[in-house]
Design a protein around this ligand. Structure first.
Ligand SMILES: [Fe+2]
Length: 232
C-alpha cells in the first residue's frame, strides 16, 4: 500500500491509501484531485472514510460516493471492523479519542494517518473527547517507532512552530524542522515530532521546568499533559 496526500481548503490534508488496484479516500475533500489521481493510475475508489466527524473532514464524502461506486465506511463500522482490506492487505484502524470521541488513526508500514489527533508540531484541541482519554491516545502513538511518518489532518506547521518557539526559544530543532517543511507534502517523522512538539514531551525535563516556571501542575505525566493542553 502507498499513501498520497491531497491538500484542500486553506489547510486541510486528506489522503488516498491505495494498492495495485484499489484505493480508500480518507478525509477526501480534494474531490477533483483525488478522482484524477484514481483515474490516471487505473485505480478503483472502493471506500470512503474519515479520521473523525468534524465537517471539514467530511465535505468530500458525498461527492466521491456519488461519482464512484465507493462504499462509505462510517465510524461504527470502523470501530467494529477495526481494519480495511485493500487488495489483500490490511489497513488497521486505531481508536484515538481525545480531539473528538470518534477520532481514529490509520496506520500501515511506516505511515500513520493521524487526523486531528496529532498534528505536525502540536496536537488537536480537546473538543468532544476528554483530556485523559486523549493522553492515552497520544501515548499509544508514542509507542510507534521514531521512523513512523506522521501525516496529519491539517497543515498548521508554521503557526505551531511559532507556538513551540514561544515556549522553548532555545530549541535548536525548530529551525531544522522548519527547513524541512514542504507545504506540497507535509510530513515529519515521529522522531522529528518528539524533538519539537511540546505535547509529545510531557516527560522531557526542559518541558517540566517550563511548566513549573509557569506555575502549572507538573507532578505526573497526566498532570503535565493537562497543563500543556491549558496552554493552547
Ligand atoms: Fe477536527
Amino acid at each position: 500500500m502507498e499513501v498520497r496526500q491531497f491538500r484542500y481548503s486553506a489547510d486541510n490534508l486528506g489522503y488516498l491509501v491505495y494498492g495495485e488496484k484499489t484505493a480508500v479516500a480518507i478525509d477526501g475533500g480534494a474531490v477533483e484531485n483525488i478522482l484524477s489521481f484514481v483515474e490516471e493510475n487505473g485505480l478503483r475508489l472502493a471506500y470512503v472514510t474519515n479520521t473523525h466527524s468534524h465537517m471539514d473532514h467530511l465535505v468530500g464524502n458525498q461527492p466521491l460516493l456519488d461519482r464512484t461506486g465507493a462504499q462509505m465506511i462510517d465510524y461504527d463500522t470502523l470501530i467494529y471492523g477495526s481494519s480495511i482490506e485493500i487488495d489483500g492487505e490490511t489497513l488497521p484502524v486505531m481508536q484515538t479519542p481525545g480531539h473528538t470521541r470518534d477520532s481514529v488513526c490509520f496506520y500501515f508500514g511506516r505511515v500513520l494517518l493521524s487526523g486531528d489527533t496529532l498534528f505536525n508540531g502540536k496536537v488537536g484541541r480537546c473538543f468532544s473527547g476528554d483530556a485523559e482519554g486523549f493522553f492515552h491516545s497520544i501515548r499509544k502513538i508514542l509507542s510507534f517507532p521514531d521512523e513512523t511518518l506522521v501525516y496529519a489532518g491539517h497543515d498548521y506547521v508554521e503557526e505551531y512552530m511559532g507556538f513551540a518557539r514561544s515556549l522553548e526559544p532555545d530549541n535548536p530543532h525548530i529551525d531544522t524542522y522548519l527547513e524541512k517543511y514542504d507545504p506540497d507534502c507535509v510530513v515529519f517523522s515521529l522522531g522529528e515530532e518528539k524533538k519539537v512538539n511540546p505535547f509529545l514531551r510531557f516527560n522531557d525535563p526542559g518541558i517540566i521546568r517550563i511548566l513549573e516556571e509557569k506555575g502549572l501542575s507538573a507532578e505526573s505525566p497526566l498532570e503535565r499533559w493537562r497543563s500543556l493542553l491549558s496552554l493552547m
